[in-house]
Design a binder for this molecule. Structure first.
Ligand SMILES: Cc1cc2nc3c(=O)[nH]c(=O)nc-3n(C[C@H](O)[C@H](O)[C@H](O)COP(=O)(O)O)c2cc1C
Length: 162
């Protein structure tokens, strides 16, 4: 079963964390995942994927414009309705608005008829409420949580679609 992690990344932080989520997904048997920058998506892979996870750097306490524009049109060709959707962010500051960006992505996914998911508190600690946020100066410390997030998203995707 295929899963896709998409991101926009200007200075590499969001790309790095997208790749960590892929690592976490790959620990679950029966699922294969790839990460693509939003500008170079493998169209066939994304269309076939049962889960799309979208990551953005936090700009002005929201998503960056590239992700917002993609969500307002280009995303429609990836058969989104009925797929599981998740979101993550990177940011400079703990109160910089990462979760607001995640929330905006999840809202768009709901509008497209996706089944949004994060795992929330259902797996115990670490609790990931809306989606994981990694801070620029603490990416290494966030990697275990991002791997777990990938694992949780993969487990749920298999459960729903197998
Ligand atoms: C135009 C712009 C606006 C930003 N606004 C915020 C912000 O509101 N809050 C925050 O915590 N970080 C903000 N940042 C920092 C980025 O979100 C952060 O460095 C991010 O990890 C960059 O991701 P990237 O390396 O994938 O491009 C901003 C960066 C830029 C370039």
């Amino acid at each position: 079963m295929k899963m896709t992690v998409l991101y926009h990344s200007k200075t590499g932080n969001t790309k790095q964390m997208a790749e960590v989520i892929v690592e976490g997904i790959q620990t679950v048997e029966g699922v294969e995942a790839k990460a693509f920058p939003i500008e170079a998506i493998d169209e066939a892979w994304a269309k076939e994927s049962k889960c799309i996870i979208l990551g953005s750097p936090t700009y002005m306490a929201s998503v960056c414009g590239t992700i917002k524009s993609w969500l307002e049109g280009p995303c429609k060709k990836y058969n989104l309705p009925g797929k599981i959707g998740g979101a993550f962010a990177t940011a400079d500051y703990i109160h910089g608005g990462g979760e607001l960006g995640i929330r905006l992505i999840l809202d768009h996914m709901l509008v497209y008829g996706m089944l949004t998911y994060s795992g929330g508190g259902s797996y115990g600690k670490p609790v990931i409420h809306l989606g994981p946020v990694a801070l620029k100066d603490h990416l290494e410390e966030s990697k275990d949580t991002f791997r777990l997030y990938g694992q949780r998203m993969a487990t749920k995707t298999l459960e729903v679609f197998n």
